[in-house]
Design a protein around this ligand. Structure first.
Ligand code: C2O
Ligand code: CU
Ligand code: CU
Length: 456
C-alpha cells in the first residue's frame, strides 16, 4: 500500500515530538505548542540600590535587574506567561532565538503591545543551545535602560563536560550620583556612539564579584545587556581563558589572548581556569575593571578542559547559489533634530530609509524580500565613522568575510560592524515572516537604524 501524504506528515510530527535534535529540521516552528505555561514572568517597578544609600526607580523582570535567568533544555518548549505590571505597554523579544514570528515580541509586527495589567503567553521550542537574552521591543531606550533585560540560557541536551558555570551579565546604568536616572538617549550622543550610561555593573552590582573554584574549569557566560556600550573584554590575573562559543554558537576553542569586542546584545562563552584559592582576576573593559572573579576553594570536579561544544542544527548556506543583497548603513539623508511631536530624531538610515519608531506601518515596507529556502549573502557596508552591532531576528547568519579583518566563519545573530567596514554574512532564509534587522545600539535603532526584511 502506498503511504499517503497525510501518513507521512503524521510520521514527521511523531519524530519531532520525540524531541530528537535531528528532528529539529526545517519545520520545527510550525508545531502547535502544548497549552499552559511553566514560568510566570512579571515586569514591574523594582527600586534598586545601585548607589549606596540611594534608590534607583528601576524596572525589572522579577526581583533584580538584570532579571530572572530563564533556563530551558535545547529542543524543549519554553512556555512563559508574561505579566505586565509596568505603567507602560511592553513586549518580550527573545534575542537570538529562532522562533515563529508570533512569538518574536515586536509590537505591531508579531503582536499587539501588552498593556499595563495584561498578560501574554509566549510558547516556542528552542532549537539552539547557548546563551541568549530577552528584553522589550518597545520604548527600548527607556525600558532596557531602566533594567528590563535578562539572560535566557538554553542548555545542551547531553552533558558537555562543564561542571561549573556562571552567568555574568554586563550593563551600564544611566544614573547620577544619587541614583536618579539620567536621559537614556540624547540626540547629540545618538548621532555619535550612542548615549552611554555612567555606572557599570556585573549581575546588577557595580564592581560585582563572581566566585570561581581554584584550578578548575568554569563555564563563564558573558552577556552584554547594555543599551550602548561595546566592552573590550579582557582578564587580568592568574587564570587561563578559552573562548567556547560566540553569541550562543560553539566555535573551535581558542585562547582569549587580546581584547574581545563585545557589542550591545552580544555574548561570549568562556572556559576559565584560575590559579590558587584566594586569588583575584579582574574582568575588564580595556583598562577598566568591571568586576572580579574571586578564587574560592577547589571542589574536586572540573579539572579537564571540555571538548568543543556540539553544533547547533543551523542550515548551512549554499554559497554557490547565493544571491547578494547589499545593505548600506549610513547617516540619514535629511537628519531631523526632534520634530515637535516625534519621540526620536531621524539620524540614521539603512538603504536610504530611516525607521520611524512613531510610525506603526514601517514594517509594511520591507527593505528586502527574500524567497523562503534560498541562500542570501548580505553585504553589510558601514558608511559611517561609528561601529554598529547589526542584529537580525528570526534567523542566525554565518559571518564569512570582511575587508578589515581575517574571519574564521562562525554563526551569530549580531555582528559588530566596525567603522567603514564591509562584511559579508550568509544565511538560508528558512523562517517565514517579517523580521527586524537593526543596530543594537538602542539609540541608533530608535533614530533610524532599523529595517524589516520579509521572508516568504
Ligand atoms: Cu535584541 Cu531587535 O533585538
Ligand atoms: Cu533580537
Ligand atoms: Cu549603530
Amino acid at each position: 500500500m502506498p503511504i499517503s501524504r497525510r501518513q507521512l506528515m503524521i510520521v514527521g510530527a511523531g519524530l519531532a515530538g520525540a524531541g530528537a535534535i535531528g528532528a529539529l529540521g526545517r519545520q520545527w516552528w510550525r508545531e502547535t505548542p502544548p497549552a499552559g505555561f511553566d514560568h510566570d514572568l512579571v515586569a514591574q517597578p523594582t527600586p534598586l540600590e545601585l548607589v549606596h544609600g540611594y534608590q534607583t526607580p528601576a524596572w525589572a523582570y522579577g526581583a533584580s535587574a538584570p532579571g530572572t535567568e530563564l533556563r530551558v533544555r535545547q529542543g524543549d518548549w519554553l512556555r512563559v506567561r508574561f505579566h505586565n505590571r509596568l505603567p507602560v505597554s511592553s513586549t518580550v523579544h527573545w534575542h537570538g532565538i529562532r522562533l515563529p514570528l508570533e512569538m518574536d515580541g515586536v509590537p505591531y509586527v508579531s503582536q499587539m503591545p501588552v498593556l499595563p495589567g495584561e498578560y501574554f503567553d509566549y510558547r516556542f521550542r528552542v532549537p539552539d543551545a547557548g546563551s541568549y537574552w530577552y528584553h522589550p521591543h518597545q520604548s527600548s531606550a527607556e525600558q532596557l535602560g531602566r533594567g528590563l533585560v535578562a539572560p535566557l540560557i538554553v542548555e545542551e541536551r547531553d552533558p558537555t563536560g562543564f561542571v561549573h558555570e556562571r552567568t555574568v551579565s554586563l550593563k551600564n546604568w544611566h544614573v547620577d550620583e544619587q541614583g536618579a536616572f539620567l536621559p537614556f538617549s540624547i540626540p547629540r550622543e545618538a548621532a555619535r556612539n550612542g548615549t552611554l550610561g555612567r555606572l557599570s555593573s556585573v549581575n546588577g552590582v557595580p564592581l560585582g564579584v563572581v566566585e570561581v573554584p581554584a584550578g578548575e574549569v568554569t563555564r563563564v557566560r558573558l552577556l552584554n545587556l547594555d543599551n550602548t556600550a561595546t566592552y573590550r573584554i579582557n582578564l587580568k590575573g592568574d587564570a587561563e581563558a578559552r573562548i567556547y562559543a560566540i553569541d550562543g554558537n560553539p566555535v573551535e576553542p581558542v585562547p582569549l589572548l587580546e581584547d574581545y569586542w563585545l557589542g550591545p546584545g552580544m555574548r561570549l562563552c568562556l572556559a576559565l581556569r584560575p590559579g590558587a584559592e584566594g586569588g583575584e582576576i579582574a574582568l575588564r573593559d580595556g583598562p577598566m575593571r568591571l568586576g572580579t572573579f574571586k578564587v574560592i576553594a577547589a571542589t574536586g570536579g572540573g579539572q579537564l578542559w571540555p571538548p568543543r561544544l556540539p553544533r547547533n542544527p543551523l542550515p548551512e548556506p549554499d554559497l554557490a547559489n547565493a544571491e547578494i543583497v547589499p545593505f548600506n548603513f549610513e547617516w540619514a539623508a535629511k537628519p531631523s533634530l526632534l520634530a515637535a511631536q516625534a519621540s526620536a530624531p531621524s539620524l540614521w538610515q539603512v538603504n536610504g530609509q530611516a525607521w520611524d519608531i512613531d510610525d506603526k506601518t514601517c514594517a509594511e515596507r520591507p527593505i528586502a524580500r527574500l524567497r523562503l529556502g534560498r541562500t542570501y549573502i548580505f553585504e553589510l557596508r558601514n558608511l559611517t565613522q561609528y561601529q554598529h552591532p547589526i542584529h537580525l531576528h528570526g534567523m542566525s547568519f554565518k559571518v564569512i568575510a570582511s575587508n578589515k579583518r581575517k574571519i574564521t566563519p562562525y554563526f551569530t545573530d549580531t555582528f559588530l560592524l566596525g567603522r567603514n567596514e564591509r562584511a559579508q554574512v550568509a544565511l538560508v532564509a528558512d523562517n517565514p515572516g517579517t523580521w527586524m534587522f537593526h543596530c543594537h545600539v538602542i539609540d541608533h535603532m530608535e533614530t533610524g537604524l532599523m529595517a524589516a526584511i520579509e521572508v516568504a
